[in-house]
Design a protein around this ligand. Structure first.
Ligand code: MTE
Ligand code: MO
Length: 374
């Protein structure tokens, strides 16, 4: 059984598939802390978790003339850099898309996202040692390969366009710590790449090799998945080559508290709503709006500062709003949230317009129905 040596997992995680293991925490737990605890962080594995021996582990970095093999000990001796950054799956909130029309993919709720402090080595430091200058290279893509293998021996891999790598430069890190602890096996032990502001799919876990190329990663998940299409494209007419691999993600937010179906207290005059907001590309969150009447009227939420600047905001913003209910209201209450990022990007009001066959990039207003008992 290729899945015979999987790590132990927190039973609180809600699996959307067991082999490979994919799971998210109850969304309510996400708003308890700015940094998502390692054992609550969603897990997105496409393949069995590899068994890596720290003593023999190497990270190969290919330069134009030489390939350097960094051992774990080599890496931890280099200058250490930390960044608080979100990792979010492009399929986060896919379950809301399924309600419109079936899609292929794991049925994620709103918790296929987490925010951790990642520590490790700057990619630019390793590249320099291999004679690569990111500023001047004429190669077109920066390619990453993992150690997790499919049945035919192919490994998980991904790439990012060199222009993106250039713009992020010192922010890309090869992380060996997650929230101050060694990265857990499910999250890429011993080393994963963290590319702040970019979709989870490119943040390769169990990192084995880095190189520059004129071609994108040949990996299935780079070329035949994790791309967006309009809602008239379906499996009979999709051409994956015609779309662009998802990199930076659009602005998103979700209500974590109260969970859907919550019965509020009898006679409630207001409801306190909490959640997260985030946007790709380091675009900070400048506002979150919350409605308790399905989106007719809005209240501005209080944002918890994340300590980052608005144009380099890799971490999420947690928020809270106490919204009044109409006097004497009983019955269902439709809570809605929507966030605005520093580019004044907003979330679309409905899922219909952003529906796509893979169920990715669902950043529509998030709606949760709760009820006030009679
Ligand atoms: N890296 C490897 N080697 N194998 C994988 O299956 N999944 C990717 C990415 N990196 C994956 C990977 C996807 S699609 C996501 S969303 C994130 O890892 C999930 O990271 P996490 O499991 O630490 O939350
Ligand atoms: Mo993902």
């Amino acid at each position: 059984d290729p899945y015979g040596s999987e790590p132990a997992r927190n039973p609180v995680l809600i699996p959307s598939s067991k082999k490979p293991f994919n799971a998210e925490p109850p969304a309510l737990l996400l708003v308890d802390s700015f940094l998502t605890p390692n054992e609550l962080f969603y897990v997105r594995n496409h393949l069995p978790v590899p068994q890596v021996n720290l003593k023999t582990y190497t990270l190969d970095v290919e330069g134009p003339k030489k390939v350097l093999k960094f051992t774990y000990d080599d890496l931890i001796k280099l200058p250490k850099k930390s960044v608080a950054a979100v990792v979010q799956c492009a399929g986060n909130r896919r379950s809301d898309m399924v309600d419109i029309k079936p899609v292929k993919g794991l049925n994620w709720g709103a918790a296929a996202i987490g925010n951790a402090e990642w520590s490790g080595v700057r990619l630019s430091d390793l590249l320099k040692q291999c004679g690569v200058n990111l500023d001047t290279t004429t190669k077109k893509h920066l390619v990453f390969e993992g150690m997790d293998k499919g049945p035919e021996g192919s490994v998980y891999g991904a790439s990012i366009p060199i222009e993106l790598a250039k713009s992020l430069k010192d922010e890309i890190i090869l992380a060996y710590e997650m929230n101050g602890k060694q990265i857990p096996r499910d999250h890429g032990y011993p080393v994963r790449v963290i590319i702040p502001g970019v979709v989870g799919a490119r943040q390769v876990k169990w990192l084995n090799k880095i190189y520059l190329s004129d071609e994108e990663s040949e990996c299935h998940w780079q070329r035949r998945d994790y791309k967006g299409f309009n809602s008239s494209i379906d499996w009979h007419n999709v051409d994956f080559d015609s779309s662009v691999a998802i990199m930076q993600l659009p602005v998103v937010s979700a209500i974590c508290d109260p969970p859907a179906g919550t019965e509020l207290e009898e006679g409630s005059e207001d409801v306190t709503v909490r959640g997260y907001a985030w946007s790709g590309g380091g675009r900070g969150i400048i506002r979150v709006d919350v409605s308790a009447d399905g989106g007719k009227t809005w209240h501005t939420a209080e944002l918890q500062p994340n300590g980052q600047t608005p144009y380099r905001a890799w971490a999420w913003t947690l928020w809270e709003a106490t919204v009044p209910l109409p006097e004497g209201h009983v019955g269902p209450v439709e809570l809605v949230c929507k966030a605005v990022d520093v580019s004044y990007n907003v979330q679309p009001d409905g899922v219909e317009g952003v529906w796509n066959l893979r169920g990715v990039l669902n950043n529509a207003w998030h709606r949760v129905t709760v009820t006030v008992p009679p």
